[in-house]
Design a protein around this ligand. Structure first.
Ligand code: SF4
Length: 452
């Protein structure tokens, strides 16, 4: 039996998909070449971006055609759009099942170990090579991921979110934040490094809130790590340099918990890459308050300025939502001004659209017209492009270390420590290796270079 996973969204979702693949392989499925050859298709969804949501609902016809061609095909959805694990046979079904009758069942990612049971519910004749009975969160973390790459791996350190931004459904779908055991994370990281990982990316909805959630504080398990258990974790993982680890990244931090201890660790540790992606979402305090982001622009700027001082070559990027409920022209202009001041290297720029069940959907008016949202999006995007281009030009004639992630013939593509995409040619096979490259040219979104 074959499986195919389609992942939308962030690094956390890609990491989750590796755990889903692992469960499926444990019960006897193999990775298929594409959707057509699959006996089960899993859509791992994102709800932050409207585009990802639209894409899923836009797949109805395609799924129906695949099911006509293969009567035994099972289709399931997981990720941030799913609120409760259920099948079409249940009394109380998840909203996705109502909107997409072609989908057989949905499951919360924390319930991934329940996949065999859910599959058997929709097809009692299925038999598996192994059964996984317990679907607790702890088991979710303990599932050994089916890695898509040996040299660059994702390691989840927490799941869920306590922040309750008014536009976001994640705290309701993934639940309250829970941090993974400190030693269990270290063991997983060590295992990956011994198997050849050069780069580890720690992932969590608010990754730097590690050990600080309501549940973590109640359990008292992280008290020994002081103000920032996340900084303590970075310091321990950095010791894996001796075993071969060369790069440590994390995504995405929240400004609320970006303590000086983290900045200090970043400036001192050998493996930490000089790159931070920290969503700001808006450059105006009134908008941030309506979003319930729980920080002011001055606090965000303070963190960024400290980071730039401690790590002068750092690259920074962010997420911004334009056209949030009630956003005035003046508030939007403040965002543009903050963008000019911060000079982020890159920005994921999104137009606000209400997500069903969120506070902003229920209580705030989506008052900015689609045309105006589009205008603001384009205006911000031009600025993003202009600054990205300028930042890229500053790399010309510099040497960067690139971890090669793709090689097609002689064409290599990889990322520098600053997270810049770098293209260069090599007659040697370099996939999964570090290469020193001299930057010769730059574009809006990537750098070109020559192997040194
Ligand atoms: S920090 Fe806000 S946007 Fe991010 S996952 Fe939590 S609630 Fe959603």
């Amino acid at each position: 039996m074959k499986y195919h996973i389609k992942t939308f969204g962030c690094a956390m979702n890609y990491s989750d998909s590796e755990r889903v693949a692992s469960v499926l392989e444990r019960i006897g499925y193999e990775l298929g070449d594409d959707e057509k050859s699959a006996d089960i298709i899993i859509y791992n969804t994102c709800q932050i971006k409207q585009k990802a949501e639209d894409k899923l609902f836009g797949l109805r016809k395609q799924i129906a055609a695949l099911k006509t061609a293969n009567k035994n095909l099972k289709v399931t959805v997981t990720g941030c759009m799913v609120r409760s694990s259920s099948t079409q046979k249940d009394h109380k079904i998840d909203d996705i099942l109502k909107r997409m009758p072609e989908v057989d069942f949905v499951f919360r990612i924390e319930d991934v170990a329940k996949l065999p049971d859910l599959l058997k519910t929709v097809d009692p004749l299925l038999t598996f090579t192994d059964d996984i009975e317990d679907g607790t969160l702890e088991n979710y973390f303990k599932i050994n991921p089916k890695k898509t790459s040996n040299f660059a791996v994702f390691v989840p350190i927490s799941n869920g979110c306590d922040k309750f931004c008014t536009y976001c459904i994640v705290p309701f779908t993934r639940g309250r934040e829970a941090s993974r055991d400190f030693n269990e994370i270290l063991e997983e990281c060590k295992k990956h490094v011994l198997e050849g990982a050069l780069e580890i990316t720690l992932v969590g909805q608010t990754v730097n809130s590690y050990g600080l959630s309501f549940n973590d504080k109640k359990s008292g398990k992280f008290v020994e790590f002081g103000l920032s258990p996340f900084a303590a974790l970075l310091r321990e993982i950095d010791k894996l340099y001796e075993l071969g680890l060369r790069r440590l990244r994390f995504t995405s931090p929240h400004p609320r918990d970006f303590f000086d201890e983290v900045i200090l660790a970043m400036s001192e540790l050998r493996t930490i890459c000089p790159y931070v992606h920290m969503p700001v979402q808006a450059g105006d305090d009134r908008v941030l308050r309506r979003m319930n982001r729980n920080y002011k622009t001055a606090e965000y700027k303070d963190i960024m300025n400290k980071l730039k001082k401690a790590i002068p070559d750092i690259s920074i990027s962010t997420d911004i939502i334009v056209g949030f409920c009630g956003e005035t022209e003046e508030e939007f202009t403040n965002t543009l001004n903050m963008y000019r001041e911060m000079e982020w290297d890159f920005c994921f720029n999104n137009r606000y659209s209400p997500r069903k069940g969120t506070y902003s959907d229920k209580k705030l008016e989506d008052s900015v017209s689609p045309q105006e949202k589009a205008r603001r999006w384009h205006e911000l995007n031009s600025l993003v492009k202009e600054i990205s281009n300028r930042k890229h030009k500053a790399f010309i004639n510099k040497n960067v270390e690139v971890l090669v992630e793709q090689q097609i013939g002689q064409h290599c593509i990889g990322r520098s420590r600053e997270n810049k995409e770098v293209h260069f040619q090599s007659g040697r096979k370099l996939l999964g290796q570090l290469a020193n490259v001299r930057v010769t040219n730059s574009g809006d979104w990537h750098l070109d270079g020559e192997l040194i």
